[in-house]
Design a binder for this molecule. Structure first.
Ligand code: GTP
Ligand code: MG
Length: 240
Protein backbone atom coordinates (compact mmCIF):
# COMPACT_ATOMS: atom_id res chain seq x y z
CA UNK A 1 0.00 0.00 0.00
CA UNK A 2 1.30 3.46 -0.89
CA UNK A 3 2.17 5.59 2.10
CA UNK A 4 -0.36 8.41 1.53
CA UNK A 5 -3.31 6.06 1.47
CA UNK A 6 -5.21 6.00 4.76
CA UNK A 7 -5.74 2.50 6.11
CA UNK A 8 -9.44 1.69 6.19
CA UNK A 9 -11.04 -1.64 6.84
CA UNK A 10 -13.84 -2.79 4.58
CA UNK A 11 -16.61 -1.72 7.02
CA UNK A 12 -15.23 1.81 7.32
CA UNK A 13 -14.91 2.02 3.55
CA UNK A 14 -18.52 0.93 3.12
CA UNK A 15 -19.72 3.53 5.65
CA UNK A 16 -17.73 6.22 3.84
CA UNK A 17 -19.27 5.25 0.53
CA UNK A 18 -22.77 5.30 2.00
CA UNK A 19 -22.19 8.77 3.44
CA UNK A 20 -21.03 10.04 0.09
CA UNK A 21 -24.01 8.49 -1.70
CA UNK A 22 -26.35 10.18 0.79
CA UNK A 23 -24.53 13.49 0.25
CA UNK A 24 -24.87 13.20 -3.55
CA UNK A 25 -28.57 12.35 -3.23
CA UNK A 26 -29.19 15.88 -1.89
CA UNK A 27 -27.88 17.30 -5.19
CA UNK A 28 -30.13 15.00 -7.20
CA UNK A 29 -33.11 16.25 -5.17
CA UNK A 30 -32.02 19.86 -5.76
CA UNK A 31 -32.04 19.19 -9.52
CA UNK A 32 -35.55 17.73 -9.16
CA UNK A 33 -36.73 20.84 -7.26
CA UNK A 34 -35.26 23.32 -9.75
CA UNK A 35 -36.50 21.33 -12.75
CA UNK A 36 -40.03 21.31 -11.28
CA UNK A 37 -39.86 25.06 -10.70
CA UNK A 38 -38.78 25.69 -14.29
CA UNK A 39 -41.46 23.36 -15.68
CA UNK A 40 -44.08 25.20 -13.64
CA UNK A 41 -42.85 28.57 -14.95
CA UNK A 42 -42.93 27.20 -18.48
CA UNK A 43 -46.53 25.95 -18.21
CA UNK A 44 -47.76 29.00 -16.30
CA UNK A 45 -46.11 31.46 -18.67
CA UNK A 46 -47.50 29.57 -21.63
CA UNK A 47 -50.99 29.70 -20.14
CA UNK A 48 -50.80 33.43 -19.35
CA UNK A 49 -49.10 34.62 -22.54
CA UNK A 50 -49.84 31.87 -25.06
CA UNK A 51 -46.14 31.76 -25.80
CA UNK A 52 -43.40 29.47 -24.56
CA UNK A 53 -40.12 31.09 -23.46
CA UNK A 54 -38.42 27.72 -22.81
CA UNK A 55 -37.40 25.36 -25.60
CA UNK A 56 -36.08 22.62 -23.36
CA UNK A 57 -34.38 21.81 -20.06
CA UNK A 58 -31.41 19.51 -19.46
CA UNK A 59 -29.84 18.52 -16.20
CA UNK A 60 -26.85 16.58 -15.06
CA UNK A 61 -25.52 15.36 -11.75
CA UNK A 62 -21.72 15.36 -11.63
CA UNK A 63 -20.39 11.81 -11.34
CA UNK A 64 -18.95 11.03 -7.87
CA UNK A 65 -15.49 10.40 -9.36
CA UNK A 66 -15.61 13.77 -11.19
CA UNK A 67 -16.51 15.53 -7.93
CA UNK A 68 -13.52 14.00 -6.14
CA UNK A 69 -11.28 14.60 -9.16
CA UNK A 70 -12.21 18.33 -9.05
CA UNK A 71 -11.48 18.46 -5.29
CA UNK A 72 -8.03 16.97 -5.96
CA UNK A 73 -7.36 19.21 -9.01
CA UNK A 74 -8.32 22.41 -7.17
CA UNK A 75 -6.54 21.35 -3.99
CA UNK A 76 -9.63 21.57 -1.79
CA UNK A 77 -9.76 19.58 1.45
CA UNK A 78 -11.00 16.00 0.84
CA UNK A 79 -14.09 16.13 3.06
CA UNK A 80 -17.83 16.76 2.69
CA UNK A 81 -17.81 20.19 4.35
CA UNK A 82 -15.18 21.40 1.89
CA UNK A 83 -17.01 19.93 -1.12
CA UNK A 84 -20.28 21.53 0.03
CA UNK A 85 -18.56 24.89 0.25
CA UNK A 86 -16.32 24.78 -2.81
CA UNK A 87 -17.79 22.58 -5.50
CA UNK A 88 -20.88 24.48 -6.62
CA UNK A 89 -21.54 22.71 -9.91
CA UNK A 90 -22.40 19.20 -8.69
CA UNK A 91 -26.02 19.85 -9.65
CA UNK A 92 -26.35 21.45 -13.08
CA UNK A 93 -29.47 22.56 -14.93
CA UNK A 94 -29.44 24.06 -18.43
CA UNK A 95 -32.39 26.04 -19.78
CA UNK A 96 -32.57 26.63 -23.52
CA UNK A 97 -34.65 29.58 -24.67
CA UNK A 98 -35.72 30.76 -28.12
CA UNK A 99 -34.88 34.44 -27.67
CA UNK A 100 -32.29 36.51 -25.79
CA UNK A 101 -35.04 38.43 -23.96
CA UNK A 102 -36.39 35.13 -22.57
CA UNK A 103 -33.13 34.59 -20.69
CA UNK A 104 -33.65 37.54 -18.34
CA UNK A 105 -37.34 36.65 -17.99
CA UNK A 106 -36.47 33.15 -16.76
CA UNK A 107 -33.65 34.49 -14.60
CA UNK A 108 -35.90 37.06 -12.89
CA UNK A 109 -38.77 34.62 -12.36
CA UNK A 110 -36.41 32.13 -10.69
CA UNK A 111 -34.34 34.55 -8.63
CA UNK A 112 -37.54 36.24 -7.42
CA UNK A 113 -38.78 33.05 -5.71
CA UNK A 114 -38.47 33.33 -1.97
CA UNK A 115 -36.85 29.94 -1.37
CA UNK A 116 -34.15 30.58 -3.98
CA UNK A 117 -30.96 32.41 -2.99
CA UNK A 118 -28.69 33.79 -5.69
CA UNK A 119 -25.08 33.01 -4.69
CA UNK A 120 -23.26 34.04 -7.87
CA UNK A 121 -24.05 35.27 -11.36
CA UNK A 122 -21.84 35.40 -14.45
CA UNK A 123 -23.13 37.17 -17.50
CA UNK A 124 -21.19 35.76 -20.43
CA UNK A 125 -23.78 37.34 -22.76
CA UNK A 126 -23.00 40.93 -21.81
CA UNK A 127 -19.35 39.88 -21.51
CA UNK A 128 -18.74 37.03 -23.86
CA UNK A 129 -15.66 34.88 -23.27
CA UNK A 130 -12.65 35.53 -25.58
CA UNK A 131 -13.39 32.29 -27.49
CA UNK A 132 -16.95 33.50 -28.22
CA UNK A 133 -18.81 31.56 -25.48
CA UNK A 134 -22.12 33.18 -24.45
CA UNK A 135 -24.54 32.08 -21.66
CA UNK A 136 -25.94 33.38 -18.41
CA UNK A 137 -24.68 31.39 -15.41
CA UNK A 138 -26.36 31.46 -12.02
CA UNK A 139 -25.36 29.65 -8.88
CA UNK A 140 -28.40 29.47 -6.64
CA UNK A 141 -29.14 27.58 -3.47
CA UNK A 142 -32.42 25.91 -2.68
CA UNK A 143 -33.73 24.12 0.42
CA UNK A 144 -34.06 20.36 0.09
CA UNK A 145 -36.31 18.73 2.67
CA UNK A 146 -34.84 15.36 3.66
CA UNK A 147 -36.49 12.82 5.94
CA UNK A 148 -34.49 14.02 8.94
CA UNK A 149 -33.22 17.51 8.06
CA UNK A 150 -33.28 20.43 5.65
CA UNK A 151 -30.19 21.20 3.57
CA UNK A 152 -29.55 24.21 1.35
CA UNK A 153 -28.04 22.86 -1.83
CA UNK A 154 -26.26 24.85 -4.57
CA UNK A 155 -27.29 24.38 -8.21
CA UNK A 156 -25.55 25.80 -11.29
CA UNK A 157 -28.12 27.06 -13.80
CA UNK A 158 -26.99 27.91 -17.33
CA UNK A 159 -29.52 29.85 -19.40
CA UNK A 160 -28.87 30.32 -23.11
CA UNK A 161 -30.54 30.54 -26.52
CA UNK A 162 -30.68 27.72 -29.06
CA UNK A 163 -27.93 29.47 -31.06
CA UNK A 164 -25.69 29.85 -27.98
CA UNK A 165 -26.26 26.19 -27.12
CA UNK A 166 -25.53 25.03 -30.67
CA UNK A 167 -22.24 26.93 -30.64
CA UNK A 168 -21.25 25.77 -27.12
CA UNK A 169 -21.82 22.10 -27.83
CA UNK A 170 -19.72 22.22 -31.00
CA UNK A 171 -16.96 24.19 -29.26
CA UNK A 172 -17.02 21.65 -26.42
CA UNK A 173 -16.52 18.77 -28.87
CA UNK A 174 -13.67 20.56 -30.65
CA UNK A 175 -12.04 21.50 -27.33
CA UNK A 176 -12.06 17.86 -26.21
CA UNK A 177 -10.93 16.53 -29.58
CA UNK A 178 -7.83 18.73 -29.36
CA UNK A 179 -7.50 18.21 -25.59
CA UNK A 180 -7.76 21.94 -24.92
CA UNK A 181 -5.17 22.93 -27.54
CA UNK A 182 -7.49 24.16 -30.33
CA UNK A 183 -5.35 25.14 -33.39
CA UNK A 184 -5.41 28.92 -34.12
CA UNK A 185 -7.20 28.56 -37.48
CA UNK A 186 -10.04 26.63 -35.80
CA UNK A 187 -10.13 29.20 -32.99
CA UNK A 188 -10.68 31.84 -35.67
CA UNK A 189 -13.44 29.82 -37.32
CA UNK A 190 -15.11 29.31 -33.95
CA UNK A 191 -14.95 33.04 -33.23
CA UNK A 192 -16.58 33.69 -36.61
CA UNK A 193 -19.30 31.12 -35.89
CA UNK A 194 -19.89 32.80 -32.49
CA UNK A 195 -20.30 36.12 -34.28
CA UNK A 196 -22.82 34.57 -36.70
CA UNK A 197 -24.74 32.97 -33.81
CA UNK A 198 -24.91 36.33 -32.00
CA UNK A 199 -26.12 38.05 -35.18
CA UNK A 200 -28.80 35.37 -35.61
CA UNK A 201 -29.94 35.91 -32.00
CA UNK A 202 -30.24 39.67 -32.65
CA UNK A 203 -32.19 39.11 -35.87
CA UNK A 204 -34.57 36.60 -34.28
CA UNK A 205 -35.09 38.96 -31.34
CA UNK A 206 -36.10 41.85 -33.58
CA UNK A 207 -38.47 39.63 -35.61
CA UNK A 208 -39.91 38.30 -32.37
CA UNK A 209 -40.63 41.86 -31.22
CA UNK A 210 -42.70 42.45 -34.34
CA UNK A 211 -45.04 39.62 -33.40
CA UNK A 212 -47.83 40.73 -31.17
CA UNK A 213 -47.87 38.64 -28.01
CA UNK A 214 -51.16 39.59 -26.47
CA UNK A 215 -51.62 38.44 -22.91
CA UNK A 216 -54.81 36.62 -22.18
CA UNK A 217 -57.13 38.76 -20.06
CA UNK A 218 -56.66 36.70 -16.92
CA UNK A 219 -58.22 38.37 -13.88
CA UNK A 220 -55.95 39.75 -11.21
CA UNK A 221 -55.04 37.17 -8.59
CA UNK A 222 -56.98 39.41 -6.17
CA UNK A 223 -60.24 39.00 -8.14
CA UNK A 224 -61.39 36.38 -5.63
CA UNK A 225 -64.86 37.92 -5.40
CA UNK A 226 -65.61 37.36 -9.10
CA UNK A 227 -69.07 35.77 -9.42
CA UNK A 228 -68.72 32.30 -10.97
CA UNK A 229 -72.48 31.65 -11.39
CA UNK A 230 -72.39 32.17 -15.15
CA UNK A 231 -69.60 29.59 -15.41
CA UNK A 232 -71.62 27.13 -13.33
CA UNK A 233 -74.71 27.68 -15.51
CA UNK A 234 -72.50 27.13 -18.54
CA UNK A 235 -71.35 23.74 -17.19
CA UNK A 236 -74.95 22.78 -16.37
CA UNK A 237 -76.05 23.68 -19.89
CA UNK A 238 -73.31 21.53 -21.37
CA UNK A 239 -74.16 18.49 -19.28
CA UNK A 240 -77.94 18.55 -19.76
P1 GTP B 1 -15.27 25.19 -13.50
O1 GTP B 1 -14.43 25.35 -12.28
O2 GTP B 1 -14.67 24.29 -14.55
O3 GTP B 1 -16.65 24.77 -13.14
O4 GTP B 1 -15.39 26.59 -14.22
P2 GTP B 1 -15.68 28.03 -13.57
O5 GTP B 1 -15.93 27.89 -12.13
O6 GTP B 1 -14.62 28.96 -14.03
O7 GTP B 1 -17.07 28.42 -14.20
P3 GTP B 1 -17.48 28.90 -15.65
O8 GTP B 1 -18.65 29.77 -15.42
O9 GTP B 1 -16.35 29.47 -16.45
O10 GTP B 1 -17.91 27.56 -16.41
C1 GTP B 1 -18.84 26.68 -15.90
C2 GTP B 1 -19.46 25.83 -17.02
O11 GTP B 1 -19.86 26.67 -18.11
C3 GTP B 1 -18.55 24.82 -17.68
O12 GTP B 1 -18.53 23.62 -16.96
C4 GTP B 1 -19.21 24.65 -19.05
O13 GTP B 1 -20.39 23.85 -18.96
C5 GTP B 1 -19.65 26.06 -19.36
N1 GTP B 1 -18.62 26.82 -20.09
C6 GTP B 1 -17.87 27.81 -19.60
N2 GTP B 1 -17.02 28.28 -20.54
C7 GTP B 1 -17.23 27.56 -21.65
C8 GTP B 1 -16.66 27.58 -22.97
O14 GTP B 1 -15.77 28.33 -23.29
N3 GTP B 1 -17.16 26.66 -23.87
C9 GTP B 1 -18.15 25.79 -23.55
N4 GTP B 1 -18.56 24.94 -24.50
N5 GTP B 1 -18.71 25.76 -22.33
C10 GTP B 1 -18.26 26.61 -21.39
MG1 MG C 1 -17.94 23.44 -13.94
Amino acid sequence: MRSWQPTLDIEDFRALREQFTDFMLGYKFAIDEITTKINILREDFNNAHEYNPIEHINSRLKAPESVLEKVRRKNYAMNLASIRENVLDIAGVRVICSFISDITKIRDMLVGQEDITLLDERDYIGNRKPNGYRSLHLIVSIPVFRSDRTDRIPVEIQIRTIAMDFWASLEHKIYYKYRGEVPPNLQGELAEAAEAAAALDEKMESLHRLVDHRSKSLPDPVADELDLTALYMGFLGKNS
